[in-house]
Design a protein around this ligand. Structure first.
Ligand SMILES: [Ca+2]
Ligand SMILES: [Ca+2]
Ligand SMILES: [Ca+2]
Length: 244
């Protein structure tokens, strides 16, 4: 006997199933594409602080994983920035602006100078040093009127290599900096930068040099009391560890 209702339900069921398969495939594809856009960070070596621990000591509270890549202490959200992408901004070239930089982490046997290379040309000779990795808690304000790359330079006795936030600048064409946007109550107030100081056979722990940037408010905003962080002062007392 012909039962139109049953047939319709059957067709609808097939339609729903097809839709579900398409959604599953799309989700799998986007998950694959998304992970390729983020450089992998390996576990910190024994005795070294990882990103969550460095963020906790720099910003206060206890940072824990919020997603597979992001961290939060309940008040501040550290949102990982893409390292490579065809369509979205990444952490390779930075916009002109005024940034207050504080050295907050140094989990390495090497010592380094943190700074920047102005512009986006092949001008690596124009590296400008800002902070020393072995002076935790030190800070400086950087004001740049054009695009630039953040960078670290290993001290001469450790090879003297310069690594910038742009992969193609680096002697191994690899990514030597991963970074996070920092949000408080939904407002962007700064960034966290984490550098890797080893070429090629790098351990990729990206904790060798860590810097917190706070956006320097426009004078009007400063007068209204919209200032940066409270916890950074605590860092002055933190001692570096003698580990690799
Ligand atoms: Ca990167
Ligand atoms: Ca390393
Ligand atoms: Ca390290």
């Amino acid at each position: 006997m012909f039962e139109p209702g049953k047939t319709d339900i059957g067709r609808q069921g097939v339609h729903v199933m097809r839709q579900a398969s398409i959604i599953t495939i799309a989700a799998a594809l986007s998950a694959g594409a998304a992970s390729a856009q983020y450089t992998s960070v390996h576990s910190a070596a024994w005795g070294e602080a990882n990103h969550a621990q460095i963020l906790s000591s720099a910003l206060g509270g206890s940072f824990a994983s919020a997603t597979s890549k992001d961290y939060s202490n309940g008040t501040i959200y550290a949102d990982r920035i893409k390292d490579s992408s065809w369509i979205s901004p990444t952490d390779q070239i930075w916009n002109a602006g005024t940034y207050h930089a504080t050295m907050v982490g140094h989990e390495a046997g090497y010592t380094h100078t943190f700074g920047y290379v102005e512009g986006n040309k092949n001008n690596l000779g124009s590296f400008t040093g800002v902070l020393r990795s072995d002076e935790l808690g030190s800070s400086a304000t950087v004001s740049l009127d054009s695009d630039f790359r953040w960078a670290i330079k290993n001290d001469q006795q450790f090879g003297g290599h310069l690594f910038t936030s742009r992969d193609n600048d680096n002697p191994d064409c690899d990514d030597h900096m991963v970074s996070y946007k920092l949000f408080k109550n939904g407002d962007l107030f700064g960034y966290a930068l984490f550098f890797e100081d080893l070429k090629r056979c790098s351990d990729k722990d990206y904790n060798d040099v860590a810097v917190i940037l706070t956006l320097v408010p426009a004078p009007q905003a400063a007068m209204m009391g919209l200032t940066g962080l409270g916890g950074l002062g605590l860092l002055a007392g933190r001692r570096r560890r003698d580990s690799i």
